[in-house]
Design a protein around this ligand. Structure first.
Ligand SMILES: *[C@@H]1O[C@H](CO)[C@@H](O)[C@H](O)[C@H]1NC(C)=O
Ligand SMILES: *[C@@H]1O[C@H](CO)[C@@H](O)[C@H](O)[C@H]1NC(C)=O
Ligand SMILES: *[C@@H]1O[C@H](CO)[C@@H](O)[C@H](O)[C@H]1NC(C)=O
Ligand SMILES: *[C@@H]1O[C@H](CO)[C@@H](O)[C@H](O)[C@H]1NC(C)=O
Ligand SMILES: *[C@@H]1O[C@H](CO)[C@@H](O)[C@H](O)[C@H]1NC(C)=O
Length: 196
């Protein structure tokens, strides 16, 4: 009797209850506005994963600035990145294929597929990449400037929480380790680098 009431009362509740704090990760469906949205300069802010092959680089990356420019094909972007791995600033060139048919970004370095990701709906000045085809959730946040607002950071952390990723799985970069393109002066320690 009690069980039945509980069941009757519980059922509509259960149907109505969606975890309110877990906004779904909605991938952007690519169209002809996708590439223009991606072009230009970005700062990699934070990444989280438990996927062992990604860990050495996430741990070592103290800072990364990258830019997307048109590649040799219309569905391809050239990527120029300056990354500080531990103490060392490294410049790297790679490519991203923008697959319209399944809204997937494929990162290619030296003709090898490095990773695949979908782009999560968010503010237009943020780039939230959800790495796919691996057996651990893996999310990264990049932005047009390195100083992401508290609200956007909280939104990103909420996504991590919902994916079961914790602070221990999360690796931050710092503007203090900024790594300007070669040929530019380093400037004062606390100045914002204006890369172009
Ligand atoms: C982009 O796609 C929309 C709808 O598919 C089309 O109307 C528009 O002309 C396209 N723009 C360009 C620049 O190709
Ligand atoms: C993109 O990079 C390739 C080398 O990876 C280079 O040959 C090509 O010229 C670049 N494209 C543009 C438009 O800069
Ligand atoms: C960065 O430093 C860690 C710890 O010293 C080391 O294990 C790792 O191999 C280094 N990574 C790179 C890319 O230098
Ligand atoms: C998207 O399509 C490409 C081939 O067009 C394929 O290699 C890739 O695995 C697909 N990605 C997903 C997530 O299905
Ligand atoms: C973030 O940085 C940009 C460019 O460096 C600057 O224009 C903006 O005022 C900064 N915003 C905050 C909240 O510090």
């Amino acid at each position: 009797m009690l069980a039945t009431i509980t069941l009757l009362l519980g059922l509509p509740l259960a149907l109505a209850t969606e975890p309110p704090s877990c906004a779904p990760l909605i991938p952007i469906t690519f169209d002809n506005t996708t590439i223009p949205r991606l072009l230009g300069q970005w700062f990699y802010i934070v990444g989280a994963t438990r996927y062992p092959p990604y860990l050495p680089e996430l741990r070592a990356a103290k800072f990364s600035a990258f830019s997307f420019s048109p590649g040799s094909r219309e569905d391809e972007l050239n990527v120029t990145e300056f990354i500080r791995l531990n103490e060392t600033c490294v410049g790297r060139n790679s490519k991203v294929q923008v697959l319209q048919e399944n809204s997937t970004l494929v990162h290619v370095d030296d003709n090898q597929v490095v990773s695949m990701a979908t782009l999560i709906q968010s503010n237009k000045d943020l780039l939230i990449l959800n790495h796919i085809n691996i057996d651990s959730p893996s999310l990264s946040l990049s932005a047009r400037t390195h100083n992401v607002s508290k609200e956007h950071m909280e939104e990103f952390k909420a996504h991590l929480h919902c994916l079961g990723l914790t602070e221990e799985d999360t690796y931050y970069t710092s503007i203090k380790d900024s790594c300007p393109p070669s040929g530019e002066k380093t400037g004062e320690g606390d100045a914002d680098p204006q890369l172009e």
